[in-house]
Write a protein that binds this ligand. Sequence first.
Ligand SMILES: CC(C)(COP(=O)(O)OP(=O)(O)OC[C@H]1O[C@@H](n2cnc3c(N)ncnc32)[C@H](O)[C@@H]1OP(=O)(O)O)[C@@H](O)C(=O)NCCC(=O)NCCS
Length: 192
Amino acid sequence: MRRQSALDCDLETDRFHLRRAGRVQTFLLTRRWRRDPELLEGLFLSPQPHSLIGWWFRGPNPNGRSRFAHAIVAKSSGAVIGLHIVVRQPDGSAYCHVALHDRAWWGKGAVVETRARLLHHFFANGVTRFGATIDAGNVPSIFNYRRLGFRVRGNATTYHRDPLTGRGRPAVELELRREDWLERSSGEPLEQ
Ligand SMILES: CC(C)(COP(=O)(O)OP(=O)(O)OC[C@H]1O[C@@H](n2cnc3c(N)ncnc32)[C@H](O)[C@@H]1OP(=O)(O)O)[C@@H](O)C(=O)NCCC(=O)NCCS
């Protein structure tokens, strides 16, 4: 798969490989996950399943320039245990989603370890700020963002509507600025 930009590359942490995935790979990799209600909400921001063709257009549709997918591969087994999505916006900010489809890996620090690597990479390559609007009920996700230094900016509602009420759900707005990340990881140079 040809690299589309400096951001579009494989990464590594102590326990995981982060393998960039293109549109077709992501579509195939997540085919079973789309039937899992927790992953549907968390990764695909969708309260209900869609047809195959609906999914193809809905995405996530990584293109290696503004939308990126990285499969999380456990070094211990070689298995894909989850997926990160990062979307870079024209104003230089970005947001991300993650899901660990292998529940045996929940509670083992996999998200914090791999997301830290991704944040470092994206901040090193021009992203100035990461933002997140997280369903207030998604406690693990909020904890993970806080652990990585994201600050709470205030309350919000989710972009996607609750099918029961027709309205967005209560959400927490978080952000991490590049300068704050650099301060936290002082001594660790950003890659060139
Ligand atoms: C979100 C997800 C990736 C988190 O996996 P994880 O990082 O292994 O989650 P953990 O169980 O370790 O929880 C993270 C933290 O929240 C804490 N936590 C989780 N549920 C909690 C609760 N109900 N009350 C208090 N703390 C809680 C954990 O103790 C942990 O704290 P720590 O950092 O101090 O160890 C996983 O739950 C998932 O794939 N969910 C479905 C998709 C999704 O919602 N994605 C998020 C979209 S951004």
